[in-house]
Design a protein around this ligand. Structure first.
Ligand SMILES: [Zn+2]
Ligand SMILES: [Zn+2]
Length: 336
């Protein structure tokens, strides 16, 4: 099968023909129809996350159809459309797993990190960690729900119930979270890279009450903020933007160092916290909620072979919404 391989961090992905994986016990084999491109893929590609499997097939927002099932994997039937998220496996035995926090399992394994992911024509996955995908979404449109949507949803819950919500970095996750937040009756304040008027307009089109540069204060204090951009310098900026009792949620897996800041911007029971990974419960809740909002994803499709271009555009902030890889057979787009 055709796959885009990461041979070593820091190098571009390489198009390769590799053997099609076989589903083992408890696993399903998926024919990949779409795979979202997440900032975490970029962190892996750039060597910002430790010890990936190598060579590695990236990609943890996989929408595919079940092509075969391994022994004891009868949860899904051949032909069924399912999704594979970031959490590929957790131990089920540790205090985190038993306490409903499998997202913190020390032995957890992640799709497109320790286990080959979806930048390929086929992928295998543990059936217990896959999700049936909601109807009403095309394959491309469904893919970003699986990480941008799930982690975004977990971050939104962590941010609390406040009405005025700041979103720092208006990419794949924020464009989904903004829609859910609006559905919940909140007001959204979107912060983008200074000068990124396209992203600011995009945020306003999705119902943001205000959109501006991340280094500018919002027009009024916020109740909570979620930082999706991997820039630690945003943490003190977001703390200054939230009112007393407000929470700043860092939603990414990697962030540059947070500069020191005066205690008085944390004082007043403000809190800074991170959100790590997802639980299967997050996935079930969000995938049930998304069609009710309804969340509409904006996707920029790329053929599998042009995964490097998708990653470069994501790094440069040139993707509006979410980049999604399509099956290798798709003809290349003419425009880029
Ligand atoms: Zn992701
Ligand atoms: Zn565990």
């Amino acid at each position: 099968m055709r796959a885009m391989l990461l041979d070593a961090p820091g190098r571009p992905l390489r198009s390769a023909a590799i053997p099609r994986p076989e589903p083992g016990a408890g696993q399903v084999l998926l024919a990949v129809r779409a795979c979202g491109v997440c900032r975490t893929d970029l962190h892996l590609r750039d060597g910002e996350l430790p010890d990936p499997k190598l060579p590695l097939v990236l990609g943890h927002e996989i929408v595919g159809t079940v092509a075969a099932v391994g022994p004891r994997a009868d949860r899904f039937a051949p032909g069924q459309r399912i999704g594979v998220p970031w959490l590929a496996w957790s131990c089920g035995e540790c205090r985190y797993c038993r306490g409903g926090r499998e997202n913190l399992c020390d032995r957890a394994r992640y799709t497109g990190y320790q286990i080959d992911g979806g930048y390929a024509e086929y992928a295998v996955a543990d059936a217990r960690f896959c999700f049936p995908m909601p109807v009403g979404y095309g394959d491309l449109e469904a893919a970003p729900l699986l990480c941008a949507g799930l982690i975004g949803y977990r971050s939104l819950v962590a941010a609390g119930d406040g009405e005025r919500l700041g979103l720092y970095g208006f990419g794949a996750a924020a464009h989904i979270v903004a829609q859910v937040a609006r559905h919940q009756g909140r007001r959204v304040f979107a912060f983008t890279r200074p000068g990124d008027t396209a992203a600011q307009q995009f945020a306003r089109d999705l119902g943001a009450a205000w959109a501006g540069a991340s280094d500018a204060p919002p027009p009024e204090p916020l109740d909570a903020a979620i930082i999706f951009a991997p820039a630690g310098a945003l943490v003190p900026m977001a703390l200054r933007a939230v009112s007393k009792g407000g929470t700043v949620v860092c939603a990414g897996i990697h962030m540059t160092d947070i500069p020191s800041f005066p205690y008085d911007i944390l004082w007043g029971e403000r809190a800074v916290r991170s959100v790590a990974n997802l639980t299967r419960k997050d996935g079930e809740e969000f995938l049930a909620l998304a069609p009710k909002v309804p969340v509409r994803t904006q996707v920029e499709p790329y053929p599998l072979e042009r995964a490097n271009e998708a990653l470069d555009n994501l790094r440069a902030g040139r993707v509006l919404g979410a980049a999604v890889l399509t099956a290798a057979a798709t003809p290349p787009r003419g425009s880029r």
